[in-house]
Design a protein around this ligand. Structure first.
Ligand SMILES: C[S@@+](CC[C@H](N)C(=O)[O-])C[C@H]1O[C@@H](n2cnc3c(N)ncnc32)[C@H](O)[C@@H]1O
Length: 256
C-alpha cells in the first residue's frame, strides 16, 4: 500500500511545491487586496498559518507590520528564505514565528488577524476552533478585525478522482516537471470532513519518473459564528465570495 504523508509535512511535495501550485489556484485570486483593506495604513497584522509568506510578504511590502505564524517548519523555511532577500526596511516590518494557532501567546495585540486560504478548516471545529477564537480575541486590538477564508467543501466535489488524468502539470525551477493527480476524494457528511488524496509525481525532462508522493489534504466544514460570539467578537459585514469554493468572513472586537 502507498504511504500517505500529511500535508505540509517535512519532505512533503505539498510544502516543497506550495508556491508553484498556489500560483495556479484561482480560489485565492485577489485575496491580498481584501486583507490589505482590513488594517489602517501602517497597522499591524497577524497571519495565522502564514506558510511560505504568500500573503504576509506582500502585506509587509504595502507598509504593514506583519507577524506570520505557522506550525510547519518546511513552510516557514521558505518564508524566511524569501524574507532574507527583501529590502531591509520591508524585512524589518516582517517576522515569522513557529507556533500553533490553537495556543497563541504572543503578548501583543494586532489591528487585524487573518487566517487565509482555508487554514482554519484544516482543524476540526469544536475544541480547536474554540481555542483559536479565544487566542485571536486575546490578540486583537480594540476595534480590530479578524478575517477567515473558509471553504465550502460541498462545492469542492468538482475534482472527480481520475488517478490517470493530471489536474496540473508545471515546470519546476530545477528543470523537472511536477504533475498532480487526484487519487481519491471523500466527503463525510456526519463529520463535515472533506479528504483529498493527491499524488505528486516528478518527472525528468525525458519523461523518467523521479519521485512520487501521496499526500492527504483535509478540510472541515464549520460555521465560525458561534465560536466568534463565544470569544466576544461580533460579525462584521457580509461574507466576501472569493473563487468558486470559499468566502472570507470577518468579525470584529468592540471598540475601546
Ligand atoms: C493553505 S496553507 C496557507 C498558507 C498561507 N497562509 C497562504 O495563504 O498561502 C495552510 C497553512 O496553515 C498551517 N497550519 C496548519 N495547522 C496549523 C496550526 N495548528 N497552527 C499554525 N499553522 C497551521 C500549515 O502549516 C500551512 O502552512
Amino acid at each position: 500500500m502507498t504511504a500517505v504523508r500529511p500535508y505540509y509535512a517535512a519532505d512533503s511535495a505539498s510544502a516543497r511545491h506550495y508556491d508553484l501550485i498556489t500560483a495556479a489556484d484561482r480560489s485565492i485570486d485577489g485575496d491580498i487586496d481584501i486583507y490589505a483593506g482590513l488594517a489602517p495604513a501602517g497597522g499591524s497584522i497577524l497571519e495565522l498559518g502564514a506558510g511560505t509568506g504568500r500573503v504576509a510578504i506582500p502585506l509587509a511590502e504595502r507598509g504593514f507590520a506583519v507577524t506570520g505564524l505557522d506550525i510547519a517548519a518546511p513552510m516557514l523555511a521558505q518564508a524566511e528564505a524569501k524574507r532574507a532577500l527583501l529590502p531591509a526596511d520591508i524585512a524589518a516590518r516582517l517576522r515569522f514565528l513557529r507556533g500553533d494557532l490553537r495556543s497563541l501567546a504572543l503578548g501583543q495585540r494586532f489591528d487585524a488577524i487573518i487566517v487565509t486560504f482555508y487554514t482554519l478548516a484544516h482543524l476540526q471545529p469544536s475544541v480547536a476552533w474554540k481555542q483559536a477564537f479565544a487566542g485571536m480575541a486575546r490578540h486583537l486590538a480594540p476595534g480590530g478585525v479578524i478575517a477567515l477564508h473558509l471553504p465550502d467543501p460541498e462545492k469542492m466535489g468538482g475534482l472527480a478522482p481520475r488517478p490517470d488524468v493530471p489536474v496540473m502539470r508545471r515546470l519546476v525551477e530545477d528543470g523537472s516537471y511536477l504533475t498532480l493527480f487526484v487519487a481519491a476524494q471523500a466527503m463525510n457528511a456526519r463529520t463535515g470532513r472533506f479528504n483529498l488524496t493527491l499524488d505528486y509525481v516528478s518527472h525528468a525532462p525525458d519523461g523518467r519518473e523521479l519521485k512520487r508522493s501521496r499526500e492527504l489534504y483535509s478540510l472541515f466544514h464549520g460555521d465560525p459564528a458561534p465560536y466568534a460570539a463565544q470569544a466576544g467578537l461580533r460579525s462584521r459585514g457580509d461574507a466576501i465570495a472569493i473563487g468558486d469554493t470559499g468566502s472570507i468572513v470577518c468579525f470584529e472586537a468592540a471598540k475601546a
